[in-house]
Design a protein around this ligand. Structure first.
Ligand SMILES: [Zn+2]
Length: 325
């Protein structure tokens, strides 16, 4: 067996998750530290280095094939530079790839390959190489969508991660699904993210409680709309709260509209949906699939499987590692 190993770093706004894995995506060691982004780039970089050091402990550096980093926000994947991610304050322009490379050389004594990619794109690659994609031998075309606090995604086209000019292709969260919809934080109107991510579910649930609707949800939050979360809306829907069920169906419908666009643009064989909201299962997947069946071009809809993601919280870190393969 190939003794080579790779390191993935999932850099998030709240935590840094780093894993060392073999070339088949089997995690061999893992380390986690809080990001503490408010302390600025140097402090965060020091914590990234500390997690890498932890997962490399006791390993032969000669077998290190590379380090992949999934980073939020805008980046230039050709140079590995990160620009102003919204959840990493103070990161104006950070040459992440070069900093990690220099550290590896100084501390590990290796000039290893370092790749930086958009976090959602990395997760797409993770599910393709090591997750849901593994159930489809010969799979070449897959679209990944993650739905939690935000909505992100990535596209595998002809076996390769579609990067775009700056490694940000596949921003499924910011396609418009309602031209009369609300303004999104990105500036666009009626984006999938502003209508169907976790905060949108919580907002719509709170509005129901304010209007005296959603009886079971209201009971769960003691009648206080401000306490509604997307998880509680899901819980109320599972208890057959009719308004919570209708709300989840609406969310599934919006996500389905987004999936239809991805099917029409990328002609995939597989759509893989992850993130916290996807854990609602049939409450989301049934209306989503109904919408896709109703709206997608039949010739493109035929033969596309729509499945939940498999890797859970590990998609990001395994995808980051896969960036160097
Ligand atoms: Zn948007």
């Amino acid at each position: 067996m190939d003794p080579g190993y790779i390191v993935g770093v999932d850099l998030g706004g709240t935590k840094i998750l780093t894993a060392r894995c073999d070339l088949a995506g089997q995690v061999l060691a893992q380390a986690r530290l809080p990001t503490l982004a408010e302390e600025g780039p140097d402090a965060v970089l020091a914590r990234i280095f500390a997690t890498i050091q932890t997962v490399l402990a006791g390993c032969d550096p000669a077998h290190l094939r590379g380090v992949g980093i999934g980073s939020p926000g805008t980046l230039d994947n050709a140079t590995g530079t990160v620009f102003d991610p919204p959840n990493l304050p103070g990161w104006r322009v950070v040459p992440l790839r070069d900093r990690v490379r220099a550290w590896l050389q100084a501390e590990v004594g290796r000039t290893a390959r370092v790749e930086v990619g958009n976090d959602a794109n990395a997760a797409a690659l993770g599910e393709y190489r090591f997750g849901a994609g593994t159930a489809y031998p010969g799979l070449r075309h897959m679209v990944y969508m993650t739905v939690s606090t935000g909505i992100g995604g990535g596209v595998i086209s002809d076996g390769r991660l579609l990067m775009g000019r700056r490694g940000m292709a596949g921003e499924v969260g910011h396609i418009t699904v309602d031209v009369h919809g609300p303004r999104c934080a990105c500036g666009n109107i009626g984006c999938l993210e502003v209508l169907a991510a976790g905060p949108a579910i919580a907002r719509a649930g709170a509005a129901l409680v304010s209007r005296g609707r959603a009886p079971f949800l209201a009971q769960l939050v003691g009648g206080e709309p401000a306490r509604v979360t997307s998880e509680l809306v899901e819980q109320a829907a599972r208890q057959d709260d009719p308004d919570a069920c209708a709300l989840m169906a609406q969310i599934g419908h919006y996500l389905g509209v987004g999936v239809v666009t991805m099917i029409h643009l990328f002609n995939p064989e597989l759509i893989c949906i992850g993130g916290g909201v996807s854990k609602a299962g049939a409450l989301i997947f049934d209306p989503l699939i109904q919408t896709v069946d109703a709206l997608a071009l039949p010739a493109m809809r035929a033969g596309v499987d729509i499945v939940p993601a498999r890797l859970g919280d590990r998609a990001g870190v395994l995808g980051a590692a896969a960036l160097v393969l």
